[in-house]
Design a protein around this ligand. Structure first.
Ligand code: SF4
Length: 413
């Protein structure tokens, strides 16, 4: 039996205190992981959920799968590389180099999630902080996010309950937690949040506009006035911005930034995007370092161009790509069928440790090890902190880094 600590890669909290015991190559116990992380890793023991190398549905060896993948990609005139949000920083670097070598379009899920906020953090436009710096805050706001389901240990390990001044039973709270959401989620209700501001779906911009009016001293609606009162009592506020906010604002944060600018007159405000996949922030960071853009780039002709037309959604809708390489992503589970139908007849090459709707639709599947459990590397937590991943279990599967390196070798001109 072997026992040790590992990092959970089931979400972008990257909890690094997971205690695991392995016996005869199987997980026998896992401590400290939440229900999401536990289900993820115990699920990886079920061989029926794992991938093998496949070409047109037939199981093949690694060399045959790589040759088939290289053949499809080398024949493509407009290849598209997508994903890498569930891949290590090392795999992302290989994937970016491969996309450049292919002259491909490259995008990830951040183009329809939190990419805008991460871009603005990386360029210094939007103030952000690390989880450690949350200990200085006196106000924590979850806006359009419900970590209870998406990042279950967020509160206990990094924010409210981990705050060094939090008093569970004390008469005085040094830190207040508020939620802005369209429904009373588990995070907003059940006595978890101290304040809950319920707004109508799509109403975030109206709510923000009312707060700005309140800051200017104009009379405003009751909920905005209550929210403003809370802000005025604070000196250091951290806002965890969720997808509910992003989608409600339709990715246009200008009003939200205007509010932050006004608030800057009397308080420090920091924003951390509530990312989903474990290394989506890492992908934005890796691509930004390589190209100055966080997503939606085109390497055609040896140059780097950027634009909305290079998002996965636009590429698929416009039938612009003639072959897709998908790494650690499952767009067939998240995109609408009305969009996916445009991919009929387009060959897909997919690297993934798990069987997914996307691997089922792929011409070539390359089964890889599960990063965090079976292979190591580094990844970037949602707050921008780099975390080292150490494998806890042996596998004969190659990692995504190794497969991408070999694919690069086969495609090198
Ligand atoms: S909060 Fe996320 S990283 Fe932490 S144990 Fe749960 S799923 Fe894993």
């Amino acid at each position: 039996m072997s026992a040790g600590e590992m990092v959970c890669t089931a979400c972008s909290c990257l909890c690094d205190d997971i205690e695991i015991e392995i016996e005869n190559g199987r997980i026998v116990s896992m401590e400290k992981a939440c229900r999401k992380g536990t289900a993820f890793f115990f699920g990886s023991e079920n061989e029926r959920l794992r991938t093998v190398h496949l070409v047109d549905g037939k199981q093949v060896d690694t060399d045959q799968a790589l040759a088939a993948a290289a053949g499809l990609l080398s024949r493509a005139r407009r290849p598209l590389v997508f994903g890498m949000d569930n891949a290590s920083l090392e795999a992302q670097r290989q994937g970016i180099e491969l996309a450049r070598m292919l002259g491909a379009v490259l995008d990830d899920s951040s183009s329809f999630c939190q990419g805008k906020l991460t871009h603005d953090i990386l360029t210094g436009t939007l103030p952000s902080c690390t989880f450690d710096q949350i200990h200085d805050s006196d106000l924590i706001i979850y806006w359009g996010s419900n970590p209870h389901n998406a990042q279950p240990r967020h509160l206990s390990r990094f924010s409210l309950y981990a705050h060094r001044k939090y008093h569970e039973m004390g008469a005085t709270r040094y830190v207040t937690m508020a939620v802005v959401d369209v429904r009373e989620s588990e995070t907003a209700g059940a006595g978890v949040a101290h304040r809950f501001f319920r707004i109508l779906p799509g109403e975030d911009s109206n709510f923000i506009a009312a707060i700005i009016e309140g800051i200017k001293g104009n009379p405003v609606r009751k909920d905005a006035s209550g929210f403003l009162k809370l802000l005025k009592q604070s000196r250091h506020c951290v806002i965890f911005a969720g997808l509910g906010l992003t989608y409600s604002l339709d990715n246009d944060f200008s009003l939200f930034y205007e509010m932050l600018k006004h608030l800057g007159g009397w308080m420090k405000t920091f924003v951390i995007p509530m990312s989903g996949h474990y290394n989506v922030r890492g992908f934005n960071y890796s691509l930004y370092n390589a190209t100055g853009c966080v997503n939606k780039v085109n390497f055609a002709g040896g140059a780097v161009s950027h634009g909305d037309e290079f998002s996965l959604l636009e590429q698929v809708k416009n039938r612009a790509a003639d072959c897709l390489l998908i790494v650690g992503a499952d767009p067939f589970s998240s995109l609408p069928i009305s969009v996916l139908k445009h991919l009929d007849g387009v060959p897909l090459v997919t690297l993934d440790p798990f069987r997914t709707a996307t691997t089922e639709a792929s011409s070539v599947v390359l089964g890889v090890s599960l990063t965090g459990l079976e292979s190591g590397g580094t990844a970037m937590r949602m707050d921008g902190t780099t975390v080292t991943l150490m494998p806890a279990k042996w596998t004969d599967k190659q990692s995504d880094v190794q497969i991408l390196e070999r694919l690069k070798e086969l495609l090198r001109p």
